[in-house]
Write a new protein. Structure first.
Length: 325
């Protein structure tokens, strides 16, 4: 893999015909699906079912190799990540049919589509609930759902995805995030098979891992933290390659040339904003430096399409002490 290193958070519903989609349920299944024996995803799928997140195609069959429809996939994401319906602001409708041409308000999947839309998932107005989802479509929507939960840090290596050259920039960005959070694993020769149909088993595993990730890593926005010393930091972006931008962070009010700059992590938040967290490193012990305001730079890389802001992880409330002549 060719990489560029950089651092960067009701009641049970049944379907009358066809494959039963994932749905929330108060009941907890006491048995395992009979068609999962020996399947690598068996334990994860059964656990999701026991927690009421997903159901099978029948009472005892999950159909792991069946193709996932948009109706099923959206229900997986909304139920698994517990996306909440948003109250109407007076100008918005609470009817799914107001946003989607082919979603009937009384359809079992209508609440999930409405909730997904309210949480910022990029579902097209003409989406067909019965159409099969591709792997990249599911991955892209899953990433958006994770980002709607709050910011999360990712230590990233830019993955060279060999069959991703025709992906839209937003799709590639989402896939890079999933690869680097280890929610998605590339296959032989760094392939992802983005345009293949996603199976019910594949989607269930991604949901299981995303739920665990959200519970342990993602933190909601918190503005209660007292501000640290206000370093004068700026980020500039320039294209570095196909689908990737070089981000140069500059801090211009360091006390002397002995101080340095280290990028600690990057958080991918809402609205395609990346927050670059940095620390200021202290001068080497015993060294003498001229006491003159200095600047330092550090470089990282971001998926194309993201804007960037910086935030200091330093805890000082005053400028660091100078050690100079």
């Amino acid at each position: 893999m060719k990489k560029k290193s950089f651092q960067t958070s009701a009641k049970k519903i049944t379907l009358a015909c066809g494959i039963l989609a994932a749905s929330m349920s108060f009941g907890v299944s006491a048995f395992a699906f009979t068609d999962l024996k020996g399947n690598p995803a068996e334990s994860k799928i059964n656990e999701l079912h026991q927690k009421g997140v997903i159901n099978g195609v029948t009472s005892d069959r999950f159909a792991p190799k069946s193709k996932l429809t948009f109706a099923q996939g959206i229900q997986f994401i909304v139920s698994g990540l517990q996306l909440s319906p948003q109250a109407s602001d007076g100008g918005s409708s609470n009817a799914a049919s107001s946003y989607f041409d082919k979603v009937k308000d009384k359809a079992w999947y209508a609440p999930a589509f409405l909730t997904a839309k309210q949480n910022g998932l990029s579902l097209d107005k003409t989406v067909d609930p019965n159409a099969v989802m591709t792997r990249i479509q599911f991955a892209h929507l899953l990433t958006q759902a994770l980002q709607s939960k709050g910011n999360f840090p990712v230590t990233m290596m830019y993955a060279n995805i060999s069959d991703g050259s025709k992906l839209a920039t937003a799709e590639m960005n989402s896939l890079q995030i999933l690869v680097n959070t280890h929610l998605v694993t590339l296959e032989k020769n760094n392939t992802f098979r983005p345009n293949d149909a996603v199976t019910r088993a594949e989607a269930a595993v991604w949901i299981y891992d995303a739920v665990k990730f959200a519970a342990t890593v993602i933190q909601p926005d918190d503005s209660s933290t007292a501000p640290s010393y206000a370093y004068e930091a700026a980020v500039t972006l320039e294209k570095a390659g196909d689908g990737v931008n070089k981000a140069t962070l500059t801090v211009s009010n360091l006390p002397n040339p002995g101080y340095g700059l280290s990028i600690e992590r990057i958080e991918f938040g809402k609205n395609k904003t990346a927050v670059i967290y940095f620390t200021v490193t202290k001068p080497a012990p015993g060294q003498m430096y001229p006491q003159v305001i200095s600047q330092a730079t550090a470089v990282t890389y971001l998926p194309e399409g993201y804007t960037a802001v910086s935030k200091s992880l330093s805890t000082t409330t005053s400028p660091p002490a100078s050690s100079g002549i």
